[in-house]
Design a protein around this ligand. Structure first.
Ligand code: MN
Length: 327
């Protein structure tokens, strides 16, 4: 079955100096990951071909320029990364597409770069690596950014990044920090901040993509709704249930969670039109991801939606015709 994947990463030599943490204890595996992050040729294409992936939507790996304290430098490096990716997409417009990298230290600069990436480079949206300098996307400073996102009508992928601080609960347990646990909690809380801040009331056409099977949120719908009724906040009407807001404004991907039972729960919670296949290349095993989605016990109609149909709708592309390329 044809496949589009949306959480697939790259890096630039300059941004590689800043990688979040070693994603593995194995030196050789780490070397392989860094090599694959910087590759757009044989390694990436061979892996895609073997797993039957038609199109990768590629983005800068965490944390990228969001870790930079010098804002001017962050803006420059983000533009440079987007230009580099655009060159690779132009070489293989039917295989690669892009999510923009943005210097979210400055909401206006991020909005301008998103507009440039979408209009001039043919990118399909942006991927943001969590908080920036302790600021979260629901804050007032980001209103101009969301206004532009809404005007451009492109999705924003909210991906884990560096944590703003380290809660005491993780003291003495470095194994809990990162993809194994803290990134999921952190990204879920970031997404829920937007839900409860009324971001989607203010910007009703904004769409957010969450990876890792929805960062645990779909599993929590019933509890979110029942406790919401008990607590509430003044920014969201009591009749607007969190699960309804999430189903209307979020789409999730399977990145890094290749378990059919979890997939079935995710489809039941989010709806069959709100789940998309993704891998999280090069951190995850592309072949394992592909076999998982090919063999999951779901109907062929739903499999087609998850593998490419919903991505085509959300990204406004058609696999049969090339992705938008540089004019
Ligand atoms: Mn990722």
């Amino acid at each position: 079955m044809r496949k589009i994947t949306l959480e697939e990463h790259f890096s630039t030599p300059e941004l590689s100096k800043n990688l979040v943490a070693k994603p593995t204890k194995s030196e050789s595996r780490f070397k392989d990951i860094v090599c694959r992050l910087n590759d757009f040729d044989e390694l990436r294409i061979e892996t895609m071909d073997k797993a039957g992936i038609d199109l990768q939507v590629i983005s800068v790996t965490a944390p990228g320029v969001q870790a930079h304290s010098n804002i001017k430098e962050a803006i420059r490096l983000a533009q440079q990364a987007n230009d580099m990716l655009a060159v690779q997409i132009q070489k293989r417009p039917t295989r690669y597409a892009g999510f923009a990298h943005l210097a979210t230290q400055d909401a206006y600069a991020a909005a301008d770069e998103l507009e440039r990436a979408v209009k001039n480079l043919g990118f399909l949206g942006a991927l943001i690596n969590g908080q920036t300098n302790g600021h979260f996307l629901d804050e007032e400073m980001y209103f101009p950014f969301w206004e532009r996102v809404q005007d451009l009508d492109v999705p924003i992928y909210l991906h884990p990044g560096r944590m703003a601080d380290l809660p005491l609960i993780y003291n003495g347990h470095p194994e809990l920090i990162g993809p194994i646990w803290s990134w999921g909690c952190d990204t879920a809380a970031h997404a829920l901040r937007m839900v409860f801040a009324g971001t989607f009331k203010r910007y009703p056409r904004v769409k957010i993509i969450l990876g890792h099977m929805g960062e645990m949120i779909p599993y929590f719908f019933w509890r979110l709704d029942s406790r919401w009724k008990a607590y509430q906040s003044e920014k969201v009407a009591p009749e607007d249930l969190p699960s309804t807001i999430i189903k209307n404004h979020f789409v999730i991907t399977t990145s890094g969670v290749f378990n059919p039972d979890v997939l079935i729960n995710a489809i039941a919670a989010m709806g069959k039109d709100n789940v998309m296949f993704s891998v999280d290349y090069p951190y995850e095993d592309t072949q394992l991801a592909s076999s998982f989605i090919e063999t999951a016990p779901i109907s062929e109609e739903v499999r087609a939606k998850i593998c490419y149909g919903t991505a085509e709708r959300i990204l406004k592309i058609n696999l049969q015709s090339p992705t938008p390329s540089t004019p």
